[in-house]
Design a protein around this ligand. Structure first.
Ligand code: SF4
Length: 564
């Protein structure tokens, strides 16, 4: 085996992941033998079981009668007692509930709500033996303190963390394949602990070459560049940015076919120095399909698989002051995307697609829709769009005819003043009109909102909530995010303009408002949010969940007077 790619937990358990699928697909074109291990979904399918639940329940019940409890044991018992009633309700129901969410029962809103609650409760109880780590709502948290890069390293090299025994078994399976290297993709902070635990075991116990890459690793680059030990314990190579061409060159280097200086975008340690090669400056010139072979025998926590694909990288707008998607904007050729969809339909029975583009440009959306219609591909898809005035009824109906059933829109704020500060380039009256047209046609509107933005007053926040309330019949779901200062955003480089001064010297990829001295009374905010609680608490939260639900229920939104 030339290379194995791993997607570690914790991330969504609902759909397959992308990124390494593209690298693996690209390498297969050069006759490299590659394989993907989705350890995220393997972990969930193992972790959430009646057997695990009952075992942890038994261990904690035994602790209760123990004398001379340690501080940690006291905390575990206190959490257990606080939630005992919920835990009892979930007892002996985990296996059945997991089967339910993977079946048609998913489409019954109330049944899905109850099932999701049982799964979350079970997840919380099962992770109690690894206190202070709790796995909840597809996140892993240390409930005692926020971890930083150094902590992840320290925890990952111990043999007692929540992932240790799972990763030991998986490392053994990986080692049996005798890969020349293992690429571990860490795109989110929640994957750090598991990803580093696996890389540590692979290096220390099997002497396998490891490559760490992914968005979160790229964002942690400054920490990595200062850290000699990191290369001894966790990674032979760290890869920055897109991985297709760099991984190909790396395999050629490992085969003795090229010099290491010809491998772009890697960081490694040599002669006690950390060396950073030049960044990739070329684009992929061949067409290839993503490698989703690994999904064939996997069960995700939805009744149908929703496949992630993308048309573009970066953002065609790219001007929002809070955003760090500042990559150069590139578009794939649409005929290649259509071939990819055909391949996925034929080989994986794919019908549902999640276009993960930051924001699909209107012209691209129209061309894509026209090709789907022309080729009669009959798929259902979801994507992210910007509130552009060009999206009128006819345009949106055309996208609907091409299978679009759910759009995630970055509303961000219902206050024009804040939208201007964010440089969103959107207008409240246009947003209102688009939401109405879109929902009338039968497209589910998901909104994201950022609150506690620098310069936002409580009155501005109320404008946002009131806007949502006034338009709620055209909105399916809303997610509120508290503002985070991102290192590669416009605001980070112009903090004075926004009245921000960091009070911490830690190097991180993002900072919370309290880290730049913002104080707010969150109680008032929460009270106001109650006015739109049903939209925030909608059980079909994520784009893949909404897409499936909306594609499979009868809806009465179709307006017969819309004619093209
Ligand atoms: S917030 Fe969205 S629209 Fe704005 S720059 Fe980022 S990706 Fe583009």
């Amino acid at each position: 085996m030339n290379a194995i790619f791993v997607f570690p937990p914790i991330w969504t358990k609902k759909s397959p992941s992308t990124g390494i699928t593209s690298i693996s697909g690209y390498l297969k074109n050069f006759d490299y033998n590659t394989k993907i291990f989705d350890l995220n979904i393997d972990f969930y399918n193992e972790f959430l079981s009646d057997e695990n639940f009952n075992e942890v329940y038994r261990i904690i019940s035994a602790l209760i009668s123990k004398k001379n409890l340690s501080e940690k044991e006291k905390k575990i018992i206190s959490i257990f007692k606080e939630h005992e009633e919920e835990y009892n309700k979930a007892k002996d129901k985990v296996d059945l509930t997991v089967r339910e969410v993977k079946s048609k029962a998913y489409y019954d809103c109330e049944q899905y709500r109850t099932a999701s609650k049982i799964i979350e409760t079970a997840s919380e109880l099962i992770s109690l033996t690894f206190y202070p780590y709790i796995i909840k709502e597809e996140r892993i948290e240390n409930v005692e303190r926020k971890l930083c890069f150094e902590d992840y390293k320290a925890e990952s090299s111990k043999y007692t963390n929540v992932f240790s025994s799972f990763m030991k078994r998986k490392a053994m399976e990986i080692a049996k394949e005798r890969p020349a290297c293992v690429g571990i993709s860490i795109n989110f902070e929640g994957q750090m602990l598991a990803g580093l635990t696996l890389s540590y075991i692979l290096k220390k116990e099997y002497n396998i070459k490891t490559v760490l890459g992914g968005t979160h690793i790229t964002r942690s680059m400054e920490n990595i560049l200062r850290d000699f030990d990191f290369f001894d314990d966790f990674a032979d190579f760290v890869m920055i940015g897109d991985g297709e061409i760099p991984t190909l060159r790396l395999l050629q280097y490992l085969d003795g076919k090229t010099d290491i200086n010809n491998v772009p975008s890697i960081i490694y340690k040599k002669d006690n120095k950390i060396i950073q090669n030049k960044l990739l400056d070329e684009q992929i010139s061949i067409s290839f399909v993503q490698d989703f072979e690994y999904t064939k025998h996997k069960e995700y926590f939805l009744p149908e698989k929703v496949f992630p694909i993308n048309i573009s990288k970066g953002c065609y707008w790219g001007k929002c002051t809070f955003c760090d998607f500042g990559l150069q904007y590139t578009n794939k050729k649409l005929d290649k995307v259509i071939s990819e969809i055909k391949y996925m339909k034929k080989n994986y029975g794919a019908k549902y697609f999640y276009l993960t583009d930051s924001a699909l440009a209107p012209r691209t959306a129209k061309e894509f829709a026209s090709m789907l219609i022309e080729e009669k591909l009959d798929i259902r898809w979801t994507t992210f769009l910007r509130f552009e005035n060009v999206y009128d009824k006819e345009f949106l109906f055309y996208l609907y005819q091409a299978g679009l059933r759910c759009v995630s829109w970055g509303l961000e704020s219902g206050s024009q003043k804040i939208l201007n500060l964010m440089n969103k380039g959107t207008k409240i009256d246009v947003i209102k009109r688009i939401l109405k047209d879109s929902s009338m046609i039968g497209i589910a509107n998901r909104l994201t909102v950022i609150y506690l933005f620098p310069g936002e007053t409580f009155a501005d926040f109320c404008d946002t909530v009131n806007f949502i309330k006034e338009n709620q019949k055209n909105i399916f779901q809303v997610t509120f995010y508290s503002y985070l200062l991102k290192r590669y955003s416009y605001i980070y480089n112009h903090m004075e303009e926004f009245g921000i001064q960091l009070t911490t010297s830690d190097i991180k990829s993002e900072y919370k408002p309290e880290e730049f001295g913002f104080k707010y009374d969150i109680k008032d905010y929460n009270k106001k949010l109650q006015e739109i609680a049903p939209l925030i608490e909608n059980i079909y939260k994520n784009p893949d969940e909404t897409l499936l639900y909306f594609s499979n229920i009868e809806n009465n939104y179709m307006n017969s007077d819309i004619m093209l």
